[in-house]
Design a protein. Structure first.
Length: 146
């Protein structure tokens, strides 16, 4: 059996691992992990990912995942902390339509159709054609199938 290769643990993650080990050596009985340790574990998971952090700190993956999700429900697991928005800043969700200036583009559309019997059609329309052209061509294709 080949020995497992171990990857070097980043300094911040190693410091967190040492904090957890120190707490495990000094805790009384089966006491719960203190909140400051959980907070640091959540921050480390944001920087290094859930799996790697849980493994390095000796934590249950599912418990750490729940903590990360409850800390910031909008963040994806493993997301870098630098990318997360600062505390207290809520972004308003809004739809913004970007319209290019007149004459800056030529209208273009690619439409792919598949009939009930497997017939396929790809229509590439350039310029200012009416949608009626696409409708008429697709009707011809699919009416011939039946």
């Amino acid at each position: 059996m080949r020995p497992r290769k171990t990857k070097a643990i980043p300094a911040r993650l190693e410091a967190g691992r040492r904090r957890f080990e120190r707490w495990r050596r000094t805790r009384q009985g089966h006491s719960r992990i203190p909140e400051p340790l959980w907070t640091s574990a959540v921050k480390l998971a944001g920087a290094y990912g859930l799996c790697r952090t849980a493994r390095a700190l000796g934590l249950d993956y599912s418990a750490l995942k729940r903590r990360v999700a409850s800390a910031d429900p909008h963040a994806s697991p493993g997301q870098k902390t630098a990318q997360q928005k600062p505390a207290g800043q809520e972004a308003a969700m809004a739809f913004v339509e970007l319209v290019p200036p007149e004459g800056a583009y030529s209208p273009e559309c690619i439409l792919e159709l598949e009939g009930p019997r497997g017939a396929k059609m790809r229509i590439h329309v350039r310029g200012s054609h009416s949608p009626d052209v696409v409708t008429a061509v697709s009707r011809v294709l699919f009416s011939a199938e039946t």
